[in-house]
Design a protein around this ligand. Structure first.
Ligand SMILES: N[C@@H](CCC(=O)N[C@@H](CSC=O)C(=O)NCC(=O)O)C(=O)O
Length: 280
């Protein structure tokens, strides 16, 4: 399980690193970022996964999410995976930002020609955790997930499917019902097949309807988000959670849009939420 170091830099007493490896899941080179807090010099620390949105790599959140100062104070390791496989041999739609490169939707594709490489669910839930446990001072018994938009969808669905692995889950402006939203349905149709039952495994509201449970979710959503009514629709998650008896804290943030200005504003609240649930 070899890992190449792309870069490391000291930040807030910890280390921000970028790493690259060959992935068995995607059969491509994959790049990811990890912030290791200063507390790791004394023992393993809790792991918080940040799943990014459409068009992103590990780099966007590293540059704009402003997580390092408080993660260093709280002793949280922050892991930033890429959002899709990439490379000349990976099937893609160059002019479509809602599909292919930068738009893996955290699914394991089953349709050709995508099934060989687009296996981001397995990559994030199985393969990359193995690298963390081997190469980093990560306490894999204390893991949480959060993410933005497509990554918020990833965080909610992965938590619902693996409640024994993750202790906490939160999201910024998540796509809560990707099987029907205009910017995600076409991608799920291509990765998994039109009308495929398996699409429900990648849809937070469908998972809840089908009996999957997670103790609680914390969600922030900007009211000036241009994707709010067609792509995101947090009210659908609220309804599903209410019916299922899942505690949901949904903060509608007046005037905030979909950008990293919104994410960085509320980043501290999310880090504290996870730290409370990952301690001890
Ligand atoms: N290019 C698009 C806008 C794309 C966009 O807003 N991407 C978001 C995630 S959207 C949901 O998954 C993002 O995080 N972008 C990266 C960034 O650094 O801001 C358009 O033209 O509307």
């Amino acid at each position: 399980m070899p890992l190449d170091i792309v870069s490391t830099a000291k930040a807030h007493g910890g280390t921000q690193g970028v790493y690259r490896h060959h992935s068995r899941a995607t059969d491509t080179l994959m790049t990811f970022a990890v912030f290791v807090p200063p507390q790791a010099s004394e023992g393993r620390v809790p792991v918080l996964w940040y799943l990014s949105g459409l068009t992103c790599s590990h780099q966007n959140a590293m540059d704009k999410a402003e997580y390092r100062r408080l993660a260093a104070e709280l002793g949280l390791m922050i892991v930033l995976p890429d959002t899709s496989p990439r490379g000349a041999d990976v099937p893609d739609e160059k002019d479509n930002w809602q599909f292919g490169s930068g738009a893996g939707f955290y699914v394991d594709a089953t349709r050709e020609p995508y099934a060989e490489n687009y296996r981001m669910y397995t990559y994030v839930t199985d393969e990359l955790p193995g690298y963390l446990a081997t190469h980093f001072p990560a306490d894999m018994k204390r893991q949480g997930l959060f993410g933005h938009s497509m990554g918020g969808h990833g965080a909610l669905t992965i938590a619902l499917r693996n409640p024994e692995t993750y202790r906490s889950a939160s999201a910024f402006a998540p796509i809560v019902q990707p099987t029907t939203a205009d910017w995600s349905k076409p991608a799920l149709d291509k990765y998994l097949g039109v009308g495929a039952k398996s699409q429900r495994l990648y849809d937070a509201t469908a998972l809840i309807e089908d009996g999957h449970r997670f103790p609680e979710f914390y969600v922030d959503q900007g009211t000036a988000d241009s994707f709010l009514d067609t792509g995101l629709r947090p009210q659908l998650l609220a309804k599903a959670c209410e019916r299922a008896g899942i505690k949901l804290t949904l903060n509608m943030r007046e005037g905030y849009d979909h950008s990293y200005n919104f994410i960085s504003t509320f980043m501290d609240d999310h880090l504290r939420y996870h730290a409370d649930r990952l301690k001890g």
